[in-house]
Design a protein around this ligand. Sequence first.
Ligand SMILES: [Zn+2]
Length: 315
Amino acid sequence: MKNNRIVIALCAGILLFSCQETDENVVPNQQQVEEEIVYSDLRFPPMKVNRVTENARMVESEYQAKLYMAEYIVAPGSTEMGRTVLFDNKGSKKLSIDFAPQSKMYGTPDMSYYIDSYRPASSLAPADSRMAIENSLMTWEGATCSELNLYDIGPAPFPVGIVASILGFPSVEAYGADIENLGFMPGAFFNFLAPGGENSILGVTFTFFWIDENGDPVDQNNDGKPDAAFREIYYNDNFNWAVDGSHIDLETVALHENGHGLSQAHFGTLFQKQKGDFQFSPRAVMNAGYTGIQRTIGKTDLAGHCSIWANWPNK
Ligand SMILES: [Zn+2]
């Protein structure tokens, strides 16, 4: 009993001390917020899905695809930071899911991408939008620690997107590339992720992974991580997008989303002012909130990227 009291007193002392230390670094009237992982009530059963080939033919996937998570980024002025939403969670902690060359759809370690042309932004010319997204992909391609060899699979014959289809938006339930930028969705799409999502969520990346006939995750490269199947990225058409700095910068958000496309998670601690403005420390592409134009990869972003991709296509 006596010992316990000493331990408690010691802990309290350490806590007080560390609080004081932290307080010195925090701007007054700001509150530190941790990224919260939330669980969705939506159920997406594992399913065989069709891959769209050239000539609009469909090929059924070898494995079943399962939706694992959604990671979203919020707009300035939002009262909460972006989050990771886990689907059909069985109480396990968040897994990291990585591509494995052996289970990739085209049998090459080169990373394929797709950019939708059926769901343009209301506020941007399609060519500007495409250029911004391509630029963001080339920025990740330019990281010297990795050899992604990103390549465009070209146009699809119709709008694709599995999540869009499941949520009732016009879309063919199919996929075509490792990283899919599936265009701009109406605000209502984002209310499935969070209440009021139409007014707070700028973009989201959905991660699917492969499972075998027994329902177990496929891990072809034995790295202890389920193999990513593909990722679907959607942008919110309820916002004004820009490529000239006048509104939300598409290249900045695309760099963030395609970072998720390349398996990176959110990074950085949020400090929120009482009025709702926020800032991240350190500022990074992979912060869960938009804080202005950032079209280059930060130090922590690069470290995260290289930890995943430096040895690709090996383990
Ligand atoms: Zn994000």
